[in-house]
Write a protein that binds this ligand. Structure first.
Ligand SMILES: CC(C)(COP(=O)(O)OP(=O)(O)OC[C@H]1O[C@@H](n2cnc3c(N)ncnc32)[C@H](O)[C@@H]1OP(=O)(O)O)[C@@H](O)C(=O)NCCC(=O)NCCS
Length: 256
């Protein structure tokens, strides 16, 4: 796949020499953002490349541009596309979007029945996820696999997560549910068929009551709504933290 002379493809064992560059950039980007250092070892990145569960972006000359990998949780009921990172020199040109699309396709191919989810504070990622069909969900809809949640321990906001009994934190949870998508596609096809046949939009049940389907709120592409939601979460969660209500600790200072 080409993107401004950038190749986005499934990583192979031949790419393992990029692992140190990738993990170093993950660490320095996390520090720069003031978020948790979700530290991944070069060995872990190499394993993902060997397993064919990673996507890498490179220039035609072999310069490293970006990376992302797949993790499966809860006996493969859930899949997460994690560790998205783009070389700062190549940001703002749609690289993350191409990587996320590729890793999403790879996840669907490898785990067609799994729900795909992500936790993020990044607007760019929320935007890309919603374009791929993810919907914002509560944390209760995510995996309860302890190993996944252990990954949050390195985040500066981990005490907020624990004080909220893992029900909320600053990250927004987003989920792609393949079963729901199938249902939606079927409903859409039926609605289109009904419209083509000029059938009434409301259906009447046997007891004479009119029935109309509850419409879910669509976040797709509504970045302003995401921004407001993030500000609201920060306000509520960090305010209670500052007041000591959530954790009783006032020691840490957070940057966003
Ligand atoms: C976040 C990151 C992956 C984005 O990479 P990128 O290649 O610059 O992103 P893209 O160019 O593909 O942008 C995708 C969309 O997000 C938007 N976007 C990019 N950066 C953004 C930002 N900081 N804030 C808001 N929107 C942003 C773009 O405008 C684009 O939207 P559009 O399609 O409407 O134009 C990159 O900045 C990065 O590696 N950051 C550090 C690591 C990180 O935060 N990873 C995510 C962890 S969840």
């Amino acid at each position: 796949m080409e993107n401004q002379h950038i190749i986005v493809r499934v990583a192979t064992p031949d790419d393992i020499h990029y692992s140190n560059t990738i993990t170093n950039e993950m660490e320095s980007s996390a520090k720069a953002r003031g978020t948790g250092i979700a530290k991944r070892s070069p060995a872990y990145v190499e394993l993902k490349m060997q397993e064919g569960k990673a996507v890498i972006a490179l220039t035609e000359n072999g310069e490293w541009v970006g990376f992302c990998y797949i993790e499966a949780w809860g006996h493969e009921k859930f899949v997460a596309n994690s560790g998205l990172i783009v070389n700062p020199a190549f940001r703002g040109h749609g690289v993350a979007k191409s990587i996320k699309k590729k890793i999403f396709e790879l996840s669907r191919e490898k785990y067609p029945e799994s729900k795909i989810f992500g936790l993020t504070t990044g607007l760019a990622v929320m935007k890309i996820n919603s374009e791929l069909g993810y919907e914002p969900v509560t944390y209760s809809e995510l995996t309860d696999d302890e190993e996944f949640w252990k990954g949050c321990r390195s985040c500066v906001n981990f005490d907020i997560l624990t004080s909220k009994d893992r029900k909320n934190c600053l990250c927004t949870a987003m989920l792609y549910n393949p079963l729901e998508k199938l249902k939606e596609a079927e409903e859409k096809a039926m609605a289109e068929k009904a419209a083509a046949e000029k059938q009434p939009q409301l259906s009447v049940t046997a007891n004479g009551h009119m029935h109309h389907e509850r419409r879910r709120r669509r976040f797709k592409g509504n970045i302003k709504l995401y921004e407001r939601w993030l500000r609201f979460k920060r306000f509520v969660l960090l305010k209670s933290k500052k007041e000591g209500g959530a954790t009783g600790s006032k020691k840490k200072f957070f940057l966003f």
